[in-house]
Design a protein around this ligand. Sequence first.
Ligand code: HQG
Length: 181
Amino acid sequence: MDERRTVTISKYLARHLRHRPQDIGITLDPHGWVDVEELLSAAARHGFPVSRDELDHVVAVNDKRRYAFDETGRRIRANQGHSVDVDLGLPVTPPPPFLYHGTTSRFVAAIRREGLRRMRRHAVHLSPDRRTAERVGSRRGRPVVLTVASGRMAADGHLFRVTPNNVWLVESVPPQYLCFG
Ligand code: HQG
């Protein structure tokens, strides 16, 4: 499958498995899962036919492992990034001492005042290394990488979770845990 088709399918999945399942008449279960057959027939019905082989390919090659099948292979969900209400069932996990957040320069003043907020998503997304954070920030303009004192936050009672693709999630990051250097 060519790269363009892979990206198009991945974006379609992101839209409907994270944000707007109702647009194609599917319902995610409380943990974000949907039956693969149901997803594929809904997509076809809404003018976006995708074969099971194509879906398998996109899930397997996706650069960020954004999607996962359950152990039966009959259900699929997004690994993170939802704006709809789902409980991913990820265990609370002690973070490394520092994590990183990629943003863009125009948000920095507000972040200094308010800290990091989850905005429309379920959680603030943090990266394990600066390079990944820089890539996240550059989606929106000139990237700025903030260092998060995650070890100190965890010691103060903030709960961290990590997705299978190594994105760290936390409800918020108050400004005193951020380093803008
Ligand atoms: C910013 C992609 C003003 C925050 C990426 C970010 C990631 C504030 C934006 C994943 C703020 C929210 C998530 C505050 C935070 N004032 N702006 N107080 N607090 N912000 O997309 O982290 O390709 O919801 O810095 O790779 O950019 O979709 O979060 O710029 O892992 O799989 O508000 O999305 O993954 O934007 O990206 P987002 P994000 P996928």
